[in-house]
Design a protein around this ligand. Structure first.
Ligand SMILES: *Cc1c(COP(=O)(O)O)cnc(C)c1O
Length: 204
């Protein structure tokens, strides 16, 4: 099996359509899984590739739009494959209450969630611009609810400074190499984001 996260964690970018198509063609005997956990924050989905590639399945989840504790996600794929998965699925693997709540999330609550997602996306774009404007920081465009930030100083020291001010971001310095200067910063509320910029500015 082949797993591809799109948008990817922690870089936040979508897989390119061309490369995916070439991959799906050349791996036609392989089940290819595109993990779209962050799709709500993205400008496009690869769902339509399913029409052309019977070896493609797509994963979705409610976890990244505020409902991680529901433990509900789903897989979209060809019926024949889903029937095989059903054979090994545990009975009652998804509590009926959680199923009912998940139904509410994707129906009645959906306008509220779209509003929240829209707010996160506009804050993400504002944060991107502001971090980009600081000396010693470079940010790549994101299709997720976080930013992938390159720091000219070691990420570890930036992480420690932010932490001392009560701001927790994800640092990848322990992995070393190219990751020693990378932070993943999750988009917060407008006031949290303002505070982040304020504290980052102290590290310039
Ligand atoms: C969060 C996440 C998931 C889904 O997590 P669940 O809570 O188990 O639904 C899947 N893939 C990636 C890359 C994620 O970041």
């Amino acid at each position: 099996m082949l797993f591809i996260a799109s948008p990817n964690n922690p870089t936040g970018n979508l897989a390119s359509r061309d490369r995916l198509e070439r991959l799906l063609e050349s791996a036609s005997n392989t089940v290819c899984v595109i993990d779209e956990a962050y799709i709500d924050y993205a400008h496009t989905t690869h769902m339509e590739l399913r029409k052309r590639f019977p070896n493609l399945v797509i994963l979705r989840t409610l976890s990244k739009i505020g409902f991680a504790a529901l433990r509900v996600g789903w897989l979209v794929g060809p019926r024949a494959l889903l029937q095989e998965i059903d054979k090994v699925r545990q009975p009652y693997n998804l509590a009926s209450l959680n199923q009912e709540l998940a139904r509410l999330v994707v129906t009645e609550l959906s306008p509220l969630i779209s509003e929240h997602v829209y707010d996160v996306i506009s804050e993400r774009e504002r944060l991107l611009e502001q971090i980009q404007g600081l000396d010693g920081y470079a940010v790549t465009p994101s299709d997720a609810n976080f930013l992938w930030v390159k720091t000219s100083r070691p990420a570890q020291s930036i992480h420690a400074h932010l932490r001392s001010k009560g701001i927790l971001v994800r640092s990848f310095h322990e992995r070393g190499g190219r990751l020693a200067n990378q932070l993943r910063i999750t988009v917060g509320t407008p006031s949290q984001n303002d505070r982040l910029i304020e504290v980052l500015a102290e590290t310039q």
